[in-house]
Every structure is written in structure tokens, then in C-alpha cells.
Design a binder for this molecule. Structure first.
Ligand SMILES: Nc1ncnc2c1ncn2[C@@H]1O[C@H](COP(=O)(O)OP(=O)(O)O)[C@@H](O)[C@H]1O
Ligand SMILES: [Mg+2]
Length: 525
């Protein structure tokens, strides 16, 4: 858990006034404006009586992690922090909440809180939502991205909830800073992961088809969104785009007057996370829009394998597939995502068929697919996601009209550092790398490392700083590698070190630099 999320609250029993201080730097006014505050260090919240001088004896302490009270020596009724917020406004619909402007009229920030139910839970989603809202209201003092510990004394949550996660506070504040409870209107999304796995349609020859269908949110995509690291703002931009598109549909905006569509195209070199991002986005939206759309499906069409297997089957199977998609779409409680991966192969196949180098059947498949997609486009509860490995214009009309065309390039230095950092934490967690002196090693985040390198204060634990600097060198050496290659690098480095179990992290990082250089030298020009 990031250390900035640990707060210490000091409380004077008969207080009326609340003051906030960072542990090392006292400045009560800094926290009032979330845009100006900087709280990368633990923060102390003092609640003191204006006229009384605070004494140690009078002060009581509450331990908080990610805003939730974990331990306290304050009597129960005094833990209830007075509510400074006016009564909440009437609830807008989910889509309008997600797409709302940053500042609500009463100056509150909308913060999504995702609550994953245990697979065994049979509780009603609304009941759990109420429990979580109550817990947040009575215990949550600050909001920063990351997991919230489930209070052990809350039976409803202990029995039913697997995880609670605060998301997207960085829309309002940067670098993991904290927002305080009265500035927040939490949007609680409760969901249960589907464990069904992909359902594959059989092709005409009895082989697996080129389509996969998933019930969302699916267990397989759990954590995918968080694991993807891009230049700042790409994921948020996509989420907001999709939210606006669904809101326009829900509100029945006239498409002749305002034109928009629900087509996304992600393009860029292979291995940069495009397919994963589409799946993760579908998963995220299925969670965020679950009040409006209780069911969600993802249909994954691999355009490339469609042609290697299916051109002899003409367009029949495509038509069959789209018929079943159409049935899903007719139920207005369904949110349907259609992912066409490597969409450029449709254009390539069509061109090849036109020039006579491919069987003419393939043109029928392409045309059937494009016609069906064009039809689907008008349904309000469908989002079409496409990916392409080529960055040049794709000669397919429906992609051409995509509202969001985002280039997904090789990761930047910061993204490379963060991707590799997540890999190292996983190796430390699993015991492949040895934690020095039996203490969990915490590798600094990129912004924290930059700050440390620039400032003269070097009190950071030596091992952590050394590792972070080495990791920075690895990230620099990986210039040009895709996200996919980066995620493989620790494995390749491990295969190259002598002591393969419980490796020394410092030696391991040296091997990683060599491995990175070798991998980069093998990138074709
Ligand atoms: N920006 C990124 N951040 C984190 N992981 C990434 C990133 N890009 C790629 N990856 C990793 O590479 C794998 C392959 O990515 P994929 O979505 O198949 O790429 P593409 O569709 O662009 O070829 C992903 O599962 C993910 O683990
Ligand atoms: Mg792909």
C-alpha cells in the first residue's frame, strides 16, 4: 500500500475545530484545496478545541490506512467526525454521474469506489452498497487511489466483500495526493466477477471459432486495467469518452443534430497493450455502468484468424454470430462490447480479394462483417472497439468514422519504470527475489524517485533508493521495447542469473540491464 495513504489523526476529546498537518511539515491550510496540497508524506489530522492548548495527555490517536479507521483509542461516539457537507443532492443517473463535470455544484469530487463481492456471496448488491456507503461515511477520512482495508468489525462486509478499491482520484488531484472526506461524493459500484470463462462458438469445421464471448465483469480481466500503464491520461480519456457516448444514447440525443458514435480505434505497434486496454475498458465500463446495465458481454472477434479459417465458409457464420449479438442488444439491460482485433486484416483481405489473390469468398465475409457492424452501430447499448497494428489510415469506412482514434505507442521512460516496478514487486512478493533483511522492499514510484534525486534529503532507506536508481537505469536501457517485451524481461533476466531461487535483487537488476541491452539490439530497424 502506498505510504502516502497512511494518516495519523490526533484528536482532542472536547474539540470543535479540525486542523490538518503533515507529520514533518506543519501547515494547516495546505490541505483545504486539493489542487494545491502535496501530501506524499504521512499526514496528521488534529482535531483540537480552539481555546485549549493541546497537550499530549489530551491527544488521542486513530490509525488510518487509505482513509479508513483501523485502530483507535477514541471513544466510539467521538469517532464520528462531524459532517461538514450539506445534504447530498438528488442522485443523477449513473451515466450522468460518470460523465459529470469535475466540480459538482457543492464543490464535491465524484470518486468511484469499486467493491468486489466474494464468489460465495449471495447478498443483494444494493444491500452491500448501503453497507459500504455507511462504512465510508462513518470511517473514511481521506481518499487516495488504492485498496481500502475491510473493517474487521463490520460483519456484512467481512462476509460478502473480497475487496474495496478507491479509483480515479487522480482525475482531481495529482501524484496520489489525498482528498478529504467532505470533499468527496463516493460512487459505490458493487460487482461480482463471472467465473464462466470464455464461451467459444464452434466454427463450421468443428474447430474453435474466431469469436470469444465473455460475461463481464470476468475473473480473467480482474486487475488488467490497473496493470496497464500508459502516457498520462489515455485510460481516463477512453473512460470519459465511453461514459459520454453512453450518456448521449441514454438521454436520446438526436444524432442528426449532434453526431457521435460508439466506435473506438486504438492503433500502434504490436505489443503496446491495445487489445488488453480494450478488454480492460470493457470490464471497467461493465462495473461502472452496472446500475444502468445489469448485464454486460464482450464479444471478441479476431479479424486475422477469421480469414485463415473461415473464408471457405463465406459470410454465413458471420451472419449467425451477428444474429446472436443482435439478440443480446435487443435487451436494453445488456451492455454489449464488440472487439474487432487487428481490424486492418479486413481491409487487407478485401483488397487481396479484389486483386484476385484471395478467394472471392473472403470479400463476402468482410462485407458481411462490415454491414453487420454498421447496423449494430445504431444500437445505444453497444460499444465497438477496434485495434490495428498499423498506424497508416485503414481503408474501412466504419473505422474511419471512429470518434476516438488513439495512438498507443511504446511506453515512455516513466511508463517503462512503472511497468518494471510492478514486475519487481511481484518477484519480491513471490519470493523469487529476496527481500533484504527480511523487510519488504518498497521500490519508489517514478515521481518519488525524481523528487528524491533532485532534493538533498537522502534519508530514504538505502536499499530502497539503490534499487530504485538501478531500476531507473534498466528503464532507460529499455528505450524502444514494447510493454509486452518489458513484461517478459524479468523472466529472461531470471533465466540468465546463476542463483535462480531467492536471488539478490541488486545482482538481478544488473542482469536486467544486460538483458535489456540485448533485447534492444535485437529490435528490427
Ligand atoms: N502499456 C503497458 N502497460 C503494461 N503492460 C503492457 C503495456 N503494453 C503491453 N503490456 C503487456 O503486454 C501484453 C500484450 O499486450 P497486447 O494487449 O496483446 O498488445 P497489442 O494488442 O498492442 O499487441 C499485455 O498483456 C500486457 O501484459
Ligand atoms: Mg492485439
Amino acid at each position: 500500500m502506498p505510504f502516502h495513504s497512511f494518516l495519523s489523526l490526533r484528536y482532542s476529546a472536547s474539540s470543535r475545530r479540525i486542523q490538518f498537518r503533515r507529520l514533518r511539515q506543519s501547515n494547516p491550510t495546505r490541505c483545504r484545496n486539493p489542487n494545491s496540497k502535496k501530501m506524499s508524506s504521512p499526514m496528521e489530522i488534529s482535531v483540537s478545541k480552539p481555546e485549549s492548548t493541546e497537550t499530549v495527555a489530551e491527544t488521542e490517536t486513530i490509525k488510518i490506512a487509505n482513509g479508513v479507521v483501523l485502530e483507535s483509542n477514541v471513544p466510539a461516539q467521538t469517532q464520528m467526525i462531524p459532517k461538514h457537507s450539506p445534504p447530498p443532492p438528488p442522485l443523477p443517473s449513473v451515466a450522468s454521474e460518470v460523465a459529470a463535470s469535475p466540480s459538482l455544484p457543492d464543490d464535491k469530487f465524484l470518486v468511484s469506489v469499486e467493491v468486489c463481492l466474494k464468489p460465495s456471496s449471495t447478498a443483494r448488491l444494493d444491500d452491500v452498497r448501503t453497507c459500504v456507503e455507511r462504512m465510508l461515511e462513518t470511517r473514511c477520512l481521506s481518499y487516495s487511489n488504492g485498496p481500502v482495508p475491510i473493517p474487521k468489525d463490520d460483519q456484512c462486509l467481512v462476509e460478502n466483500v473480497q475487496s474495496i478499491c478507491i479509483c480515479d482520484t487522480d482525475e482531481w488531484v495529482k501524484n496520489g495526493e489525498v482528498i478529504l472526506f467532505w470533499q468527496v461524493k463516493p460512487l459505490v459500484h458493487v460487482y461480482q466477477l463471472s467465473e464462466e470463462g470464455p464461451c467459444e462458438e464452434l466454427g463450421g469445421d468443428g474447430q474453435n471459432s474466431s469469436f470469444n464471448e465473455w460475461t463481464l465483469p470476468a475473473k480473467e480481466f480482474d486487475g488488467m486495467w490497473e496493470s496497464l500503464i500508459f502516457e498520462s491520461g489515455l485510460k481516463e480519456r477512453l473512460l470519459r469518452y465511453a461514459a459520454s457516448a453512453l450518456l448521449f444514447s441514454e438521454k436520446g440525443v438526436n444524432p442528426f443534430l449532434v453526431s457521435w458514435n460508439r466506435i473506438i480505434l486504438l492503433h500502434g505497434p504490436p505489443g503496446t497493450g491495445k487489445t488488453s486496454l480494450c478488454k480492460a475498458l470493457a470490464q471497467k465500463l461493465s462495473i461502472r455502468f452496472s446500475s444502468r446495465y445489469p448485464q454486460s458481454q464482450l464479444i471478441e472477434v479476431n479479424a486475422h484468424s477469421l480469414f485463415s479459417k473461415w473464408f471457405s465458409e463465406s459470410g454465413k457464420l458471420v451472419a449467425k454470430l451477428f444474429q446472436s449479438i443482435q439478440e443480446m442488444v435487443e435487451d436494453e439491460n445488456n451492455l454489449v462490447f464488440v472487439l474487432i482485433d487487428e481490424v486492418e486484416s479486413l481491409a487487407a483481405a478485401r483488397n487481396a480479394a479484389l486483386s484476385g489473390s484471395e478467394p472471392s469468398d473472403s470479400i463476402r465475409v468482410v462485407n458481411a462483417l462490415l454491414t453487420q457492424l454498421d447496423k449494430l452501430k445504431s444500437s445505444p447499448n453497444v460499444i465497438i472497439m477496434t485495434t490495428s497494428n498499423i498506424t497508416a489510415a485503414i481503408d474501412i469506412a466504419f473505422v474511419d468514422r471512429a470518434d476516438i482514434k488513439a495512438y498507443v505507442g511504446p511506453p515512455t521512460l516513466q511508463a517503462r519504470y512503472e511497468i518494471l516496478r510492478s514486475c519487481l514487486h511481484e518477484l519480491l512478493r513471490s519470493g523469487i527475489l529476496k527481500n533484504l533483511k527480511d523487510k519488504a522492499l518498497d521500490i519508489l514510484t517514478f515521481p518519488n524517485l525524481k523528487e528524491k534525486l533532485q532534493s538533498s534529503e537522502m534519508q530514504e532507506a538505502e536499499a530502497s533508493l539503490t534499487m530504485s536508481r538501478q531500476l531507473f537505469e534498466v528503464a532507460e536501457a529499455c528505450d524502444g521495447l514494447s510493454g509486452r517485451s518489458l513484461r517478459k524481461l524479468p523472466f529472461l533476466a531470471h533465466a540468465a542469473v546463476a542463483h535462480t531461487f531467492n536471488c539478490d535483487p541488486v545482482k538481478f537488476l544488473c542482469t536486467m540491464i544486460d538483458t535489456a541491452k540485448r533485447e534492444c539490439s535485437e529490435i528490427p530497424d
